[in-house]
Write a protein that binds this ligand. Structure first.
Ligand code: UT7
Length: 341
């Protein structure tokens, strides 16, 4: 029997309109455009404004756009996985809320939390479902409203993050395209460097936790930086070696967008020149589970069937990994340009 692979057959993203740039940030905390550009490479990030709007609203827009673009009936979707660490609420799953809002009445759905590696973990999970042959249309959404857990009086974290959602459709194929291989890793001992102190079962929300600002991201930036540089590059090189891929075989490196210095260091280790690295951190910052599908969507028109692509990420948990895929479709309908800016 021919092997069934899972192929990405469509991609779409949605970002909020509001742009928080470095100049506005430098009026909120003691920072500067120069520092942020030099140390991180971010110029602006999108922020979801509006009472009562959350991660599911961005996810809904990404999914609706994806369905429209791929001419897919929402009733045909078998499964939706939402990668997020900023769910609408602790329960029910944001995936269920997105499915409801987008009319996915026949899908089962669940959330997956692996922070900045969330999209990779969810993509691989979805791939496993498709490869069984039982699931024919699966959506993976990476969505995070990072502004909801960012302390805008903390200059060490508030320049880094932004809000966005992006979604892919996965379908079975027997061609030599789609998700080819993966390496995924976790090391929970890294939790001390990057976490949220309160709001979970260990330390439920209280007046004290709110006063102590414990419902925001806590990050020891330098330590995370060191682990990120080493592990993201290691895992990307490992998947190349495992699949006998040389640098020149790779069409695109698609890295998680947390820091331009981490991205470029990963490219150097892999021997990939900058023009083959997808980068959009300058315009969106770190949107956690959304970075990889968001940047893929922006570059979609430059992709060709058979392109060899390495996805790589590192983030809270610690979690990290890489996925090797071959792009499954050629040029795109003009409608895929809509909404790109
Ligand atoms: O995606 C999830 C995983 N997260 C990551 O991958 C993030 C990894 N870490 C990083 O990207 C970097 O560590 C940061 C961007 C967070 C920080 O950059 P850094 O080069 O590691 O800076 P640092 O923390 O070593 O700080 C250097 C200096 C310090 O001042 P002193 O002690 O040298 O006087 C900071 O207080 O820069 C200062 N600083 C700032 N200055 C202006 C820290 N934040 C700011 C700021 N503006 N926003």
């Amino acid at each position: 029997m021919e092997k069934i692979r899972a192929a990405i057959t469509g991609i779409h993203a949605w970002v909020p309109e509001y742009r928080l740039d470095n100049h506005e940030l430098s009026r909120m905390v003691d920072t500067s455009d120069e520092w942020i550009m030099q140390r991180v490479g971010i110029r602006e990030r999108r922020i979801l404004k509006g009472e009562g709007l959350g991660t599911s609203d961005m996810g809904e827009m990404a999914v609706r756009g994806l369905l429209e673009k791929t001419h897919t009936d929402p009733l045909e979707i078998d499964l939706l996985i939402c990668a997020t660490i900023t769910p609408d609420m602790l329960f029910p799953a944001t995936a269920n809320i997105i499915s409801d809002k987008a009319g996915l009445k026949n899908a089962f759905s669940f959330d997956l939390g692996a922070a900045c590696s969330g999209f990779l973990f969810a993509l691989q999970t979805a791939t496993s479902y498709v490869e069984t042959g039982r699931y024919r249309k699966v959506i993976v959404v990476g969505a995070d409203k990072m502004s909801s857990i960012t302390d805008y009086s903390d200059r060490t974290t508030c320049p880094l993050f932004g809000d966005a959602a992006a979604a892919v459709l996965l379908e079975p194929t027997t061609e030599e395209v789609g998700v080819m291989d993966h390496i995924l890793r976790t090391d929970g001992s890294g939790r001390k460097y990057l976490h949220m102190k309160a709001g979970g079962s260990v330390k439920p929300a209280s007046h004290e936790t709110v006063e102590a600002k414990e419902h925001f991201i806590y990050q020891e930036g330098q330590s995370v930086f060191k682990f990120a540089v080493v592990n993201m590059a290691d895992v990307a090189v490992e998947i190349m070696q495992k699949n006998n891929l040389r640098s020149e075989d790779i069409s695109w490196l698609v890295p998680h967008q947390a820091n331009l210095r981490i991205i470029e260091a990963t490219g150097r280790r892999m021997g990939i020149p900058n023009e083959k690295i997808m980068i959009n951190i300058e315009n969106y910052g770190n949107t956690t589970a959304a970075t990889i599908p968001l940047v893929l969507w922006e570059y979609e028109n430059r992709l060709r069937k058979g392109d060899v692509i390495i996805l790589a990420a590192f983030g809270g948990g610690f979690t990290w990994g890489s996925i090797y895929l071959k792009w499954a479709y050629d040029p795109l309908s003009p409608s895929s340009e809509e909404g790109k800016n």
